[in-house]
Write a protein that binds this ligand. Structure first.
Ligand code: ATP
Ligand code: MG
Length: 364
């Protein structure tokens, strides 16, 4: 069986480069209520491994006998958390309360929802002292009311010195929209963990180990090519591994060789375009897309903000708002003053390859 897992939320054969985060969380569990690592936020671009990290933290918590409730922050998640924590015998009675925990909570409802959650969590933790971890995914576009209801409840359970941990994850835009929201000061205390690209050394080693564990081998000079093509992006690591492995298997070979990697990388790139780049571009307004096309003229080297302005024939002030929006969306990043570059690998190639079509679609 192919050992690589290029599917959203699927545990990879090896969780590369995230030991420090797992260790921090384990420390938090060991150090008891009040340990700062028990309240953690994970941010990262699409495909950077947020869901997988939440699953991993859930796994280590379960190993220690903790109860784990994993939820996605779509409407109604407070009610779902409540359902999961409520003993079966009480579910009937709970339903009624659950219904008020749905969408659009008024001031009073938030308080009631929060109180119900808190009481349920506290009851659970008094029965079962091992601990409770709540994980919440996709927090970037959640209802602030519901997050507030949950956050207040968690804060109070922590205040009562009970054994709870809360880890939430989202795209980087979550920080502005949710974490820094006026009513949610508690979330600002969460320990920030930004999921960065993986180190090439770690990736290369992991490719070798994963292929070996699957009963195949990989030619020495193929590893660097696969690693480089991954660009340090976890999702791309899985895609490149998967399609290269598949190409060798199709030939009936048990060794991954140069042509397999070539084919593998091409297939991976196509998938990556479809799954990461196109959705990221799709959500952008025309003005921002035009900005990216102007940047792409630099062929992947960092762009000078002034040069982009000249290409677009627009003022620097107007463009600075485009830029901050693109940075917030994690599409571009600025590492040096007055310079800007793409944050998602291969986006520049995509833009240049599809320039004519994209302009056409915009009627330009
Ligand atoms: N540390 C890692 N090492 C190797 N592969 C990883 C790692 N983290 C994630 N992956 C792989 O990357 C892919 C994306 O992971 P995941 O779905 O967790 O990302 P995400 O950040 O939640 O993305 P999205 O924002 O789209 O939900 C999966 O195929 C997963 O197996
Ligand atoms: Mg995810």
């Amino acid at each position: 069986m192919n050992p690589f897992k290029p599917t959203a939320g699927k545990m990879p054969p090896e969780l590369i480069g995230r030991d420090a985060i797992v260790e921090a969380f384990v420390d938090g569990m060991d150090n008891g209520p009040g340990a700062p690592e028990r309240l953690m936020r994970l941010t990262g671009a699409r495909g950077m491994g947020k869901t997988v990290m939440l699953n991993e933290l859930g796994r280590v918590a379960r190993q220690r006998g903790w109860t784990v409730v994993d939820e996605v922050a779509s409407a109604g998640f407070c009610a779902r958390i409540l359902d999961r924590l409520t003993p079966r015998s009480q579910v009937g009675a709970m339903r009624i309360q659950s219904s008020i925990l749905g969408i659009s909570l008024g001031e009073v409802d938030i308080e009631r929802a929060s109180l119900t959650l808190r009481e349920t969590m506290e009851a659970r933790l008094r029965d079962d002292k091992a601990g409770l971890l709540i994980t919440l995914d996709e927090v970037q576009d959640t209802s602030l009311d519901e997050v507030r209801a949950l956050a207040v409840a968690v804060q109070q359970v922590i205040g009562a010195d009970l054994n709870i941990a809360f880890v939430f994850a989202g795209l980087p835009s979550m920080v502005d929209r949710v974490v820094n929201a006026k009513t949610l000061t508690f979330l600002r205390r969460a320990m920030p963990e930004e999921l960065a690209p993986l180190w090439f050394e770690d990736i290369e080693q992991s490719f070798a180990e994963t292929v070996a564990a699957s009963g195949m081998r990989v030619a020495q000079d193929v590893l660097p090519a696969m690693t480089e093509a991954s660009a340090g992006y976890p999702f791309m690591v899985q895609l490149v591994g998967y399609y290269t492995w598949k190409a060798a298997q199709k030939r009936g070979s048990d060794i991954l060789e140069g042509p397999d990697a070539q084919q593998g990388v091409e297939a991976a790139r196509r998938q990556f375009d479809r799954m990461v780049i196109e959705p990221a571009l799709h959500n952008l307004p025309e003005s921002l897309l035009t900005y990216l096309l102007a940047m792409a003229e630099d062929e992947g080297a960092s762009s000078k903000v002034g040069a982009v302005a000249l290409r677009l024939d627009k003022g620097l002030t107007e463009l600075s708002s485009y830029r901050s929006r693109l940075i917030k969306e994690n599409v571009v990043e600025s590492r040096a003053r007055g310079e800007i570059e793409f944050a998602i690998p291969y986006m520049v190639d995509y833009l240049n390859a599809h320039r004519a079509d994209l302009l056409d679609e915009m009627g330009l």
